[in-house]
Design a protein around this ligand. Structure first.
Ligand SMILES: Cc1ncc(COP(=O)(O)O)c(C=O)c1O
Length: 405
């Protein structure tokens, strides 16, 4: 049977591929999945229960409940002085995942280029390809704190460049951008007339400075599709609820696709999202405090055992170098799983520049993080640390050979 070539050719998610190995294994400490270890706050769950009791089981408007769009509009105004018209500048989606797909499909003509900093969240590259575009990757590395610069953008722009994706705080690196850094980026965006798709799903989990939404920057509201949701900051991954804010014409195109594919986000999740916003940020702040505590602990611990790690500014991921082991990222993850029963994600799941790194989620209990660090330390012990490093690769000479196999 002839099936879609384009779908056949895109790779399955590297995270899933790795976690298929984990399935069925016992006594694993999992620092792999990117989701809060908290359950959704009780008042939010209760709102969904009441909505079901009250018989709210129907479709909603394609754009989502007007009341929820109004709540989001008020929330953005109150928190960031951002003004979006709930009637036509906000769309409720099935998670940021759907919003991202809609945004791409609304702007891409066949062959358009979309810039993506790499390593990148696993969906970005494949979804650009599926939308008929071409992902152009901009490599980031620890030397530039895993961040892109305006220069990088200009260097990677060509005649077909339509837009750029920025995810901050970032999955997998945890890097985020200060307001001056974003302002500098916005200048390159203007210079090349790009559309910005700004994935700010971890915005509320920024630890060292205030998160600046991209559309708050001068002249950026009219060229940004800003995506956010409830999965991470309200521990609501299973509810599948997110939203997009942007210029009227783009939101209208996104709504057109959404009305044929999803119709609407689930009504009970929309009701729950209203309660999440209504209850303010108390639970988000509590979770954030806990993530921050874990961040301090895990970063210090990783550096101490020799897995050098920059300090992530947000989200709940550490992205340490595992080069000291001389193993490839995949070998490291597989061996660690087999020998010490700790699951993390090989850096290569997020693109080729993830080679030599691993993503470790600290959305896990402090006791599990402590135990995982002990196990990783034990795992690393047999790797000798006395021979000088090969400066170019960061690997010891014989280890370099090993990774080339
Ligand atoms: C950067 C980023 N964007 C989007 C998503 C998907 O979010 P949602 O659950 O809202 O679909 C994730 C989930 O891990 C993510 O890390």
């Amino acid at each position: 049977m002839k099936t879609s070539k384009i779908v056949e050719q895109i790779p399955p998610s590297g995270i899933r591929a790795f976690f298929d190995l984990v399935l069925g294994m016992k006594d694993i400490i999992s620092l792999g999945v990117g989701e809060p270890d908290f359950v959704t706050p009780w008042n939010v769950r209760e709102a969904a229960i009441y909505s079901l009791e009250g018989g709210y089981t129907s479709y909603t408007s394609n754009k989502g409940l007007l009341e929820l769009r109004q709540d989001i509009s008020r929330h953005l105004k109150h928190k960031h002085s951002l003004e979006y018209d709930p009637s036509d500048e906000i769309l409720i989606t099935v998670g940021v995942s759907e919003a991202f797909d809609l945004a791409l499909r609304a702007i891409i003509n066949k062959g358009d280029h979309i810039l993506i900093p790499e390593p990148y969240y696993v969906s970005y590259g494949p979804l650009v390809t599926l939308a008929g575009g071409k992902p152009i990757f901009i490599k980031v590395n620890p030397e530039n704190s895993f961040k892109i610069t305006p220069k990088d953008i200009l260097k990677h722009c060509g005649d077909r460049t339509k837009g750029i994706v920025l995810n901050y705080p970032n999955n997998p690196t945890g890097a985020s951008y200060t307001k001056p850094e974003l302002k500098a980026i916005s200048k390159a965006v203007i210079k090349r007339s790009l559309i910005m798709i700004s994935d700010e799903i971890y915005g509320d989990l920024t630890y060292d400075f205030n998160h600046t939404p991209f559309p708050t920057l001068p002249h950026m509201k009219e060229r940004t599709i800003c995506l956010n949701g409830f999965s991470k900051s309200y521990a609501m991954t299973g509810w599948r609820i997110g939203y997009a804010c942007g210029p009227k014409n783009i939101i209208s195109l996104m709504t057109k696709i959404h009305q044929y594919t999803m119709l609407c986000a689930p009504i009970m999740s929309q009701m729950a999202a209203r309660e999440a916003l209504k209850s303010g940020e108390r639970s988000t702040q509590e979770m954030k405090r806990e993530y921050r505590r874990r961040r301090e602990f895990i970063i210090a611990g990783l550096n101490e055992i020799g897995l050098t790690c920059h300090k992530p500014e947000g989200a709940f991921y550490a992205f340490p170098s595992i080069k000291i082991s001389g193993l490839s990222s995949m070998e490291f993850a597989k061996e660690l799983l087999k020998k010490e029963r700790v699951a993390l994600v090989p850096g290569t799941a997020f693109g080729p520049s993830g080679e030599g790194y691993a993503r470790i989620s600290y959305a896990a209990s402090l006791s599990n993080i402590k135990e995982a660090l002990l196990r990783i330390k034990r795992f690393l012990a047999p790797f000798e640390r006395t021979k000088p490093l090969d400066k170019s690769s960061g690997l010891r000479p014989e280890q370099g050979r090993r990774t080339k196999k």
